[in-house]
Write a protein that binds this ligand. Structure first.
Ligand SMILES: [Zn+2]
Length: 328
């Protein structure tokens, strides 16, 4: 078993950069200026390392905050390898079937957006894992403990090396490998949940009752599909299979950053009760949305009262907004 543990440093702009991806409008999260990576075996032993300094094409001017964090200068960027060439070299080094691991989930969306904007195959890499998640399985988070790589390295008593600073892509990849050496890495990777399992878990997290009738739609372009696409909104009553009627006013409430839900009821028999039709969304590759959907039985009056109260508030907000904006 081999894993590519990698880290990216990226530059951001003083103005957002918006681009189209198969019709969908996306905002570039950052342009890669440094790639650091190590190839490790199942025990997190380092087999090989990779490092490149890159020259951005879109955000050419080094943003002052990025300069501060990375210690890089404008000259470092200007002397870097062209981004496209660097990404091609990285792919050659890692291999087409490599499994990737990173500390957190921030870098893969940036990698994929950059691959796409350079005209390279953004479907690579196919598989990647969040090593923070594996770390938390072995070292559950205690009150007040941060997850920044620096603080975890310190907590585990991993010795710092004088010539290795944090926020250099290769140093961060190496420190991440050292953290992984304290984990049952191979077992963790073998048991790592796929996108569907991860999103289904997030969908049901913190709910009073387990969700039923779970569906999963990967790789969609439009964030609003959850409420606009009949394929996604057509749900059946778990008791009898008859279609569910969704909230007559078309109201969807938000739960967390990327959760939405509406009230639904069986069209055949009112005794089958009411349901919250729930969606959880994620965009792990920075390009496509995944949707998980499930039905939560509405079991208590309080939850129902809360829905009606919040729905009323949302309709009032929308009315106010419409009054402010003159009709076109
Ligand atoms: Zn029914």
């Amino acid at each position: 078993m081999e894993l590519i543990i990698y880290d990216l440093e990226w530059n951001i702009g003083y103005k957002p950069y918006v681009f189209r991806y198969h019709g969908a409008e996306l905002t570039l999260r950052g342009e890669i200026i440094q790639i650091g990576a190590v190839r490790v075996d199942g025990n997190a032993r380092v087999l090989d390392t990779f490092f490149l300094q890159l020259r951005p094409r879109i955000f050419r001017r080094l943003q002052h905050h990025i300069a501060k964090v990375t210690g890089l200068s404008q000259g470092d960027l200007d002397a870097g390898l062209p981004l496209r060439e660097g990404l091609e070299r990285f792919r050659q080094w890692a291999g087409p079937d490599a499994v990737f691991g990173e500390w957190g989930m921030d870098d893969m969306p940036v990698l994929k957006q950059n691959l796409y904007l350079c005209g390279l195959d953004e479907s690579w890499p196919q598989r990647w894992v969040d090593l923070q998640r594996l770390f938390l399985q072995s070292f559950p988070r205690k009150e007040g403990e941060g997850l920044a790589l620096e603080s975890v390295v310190e907590r585990l008593g991993i010795p710092l090396e004088a010539d290795r600073a944090f926020h250099n892509a290769l140093d961060d990849a190496l420190y991440t490998a050292r953290v992984c050496a304290r984990l049952p890495l191979a077992e963790g990777l073998a048991a790592y949940p796929d996108q569907r399992a991860q999103l289904t878990e997030a969908l049901g997290a913190g709910l009073a009752a387990p969700v039923r009738d779970v569906h999963f739609w990967p790789g969609r372009l439009d964030h609003d599909d959850y409420k606009n696409d009949p394929e996604l909104t057509a749900a059946a009553c778990p008791e009898c299979g008859a279609p569910l009627a969704l909230d007559a006013d078309g109201v969807w409430l938000k739960r967390g950053n990327t959760g939405y839900y509406t009230l639904a009821a069986c069209t055949a028999d009112s005794a089958h009760g009411q349901w919250f039709l729930r969606f959880k969304l994620a965009r792990p590759d920075g390009l496509h949305w995944n949707f998980a959907r499930g039905l939560e039985p509405v079991t208590d009056r309080e939850a129902l009262a809360r829905w009606h109260k919040q729905k009323k508030a949302q309709l009032a907000r929308l009315r106010k907004l419409r009054e402010k904006q003159p009709e076109e």
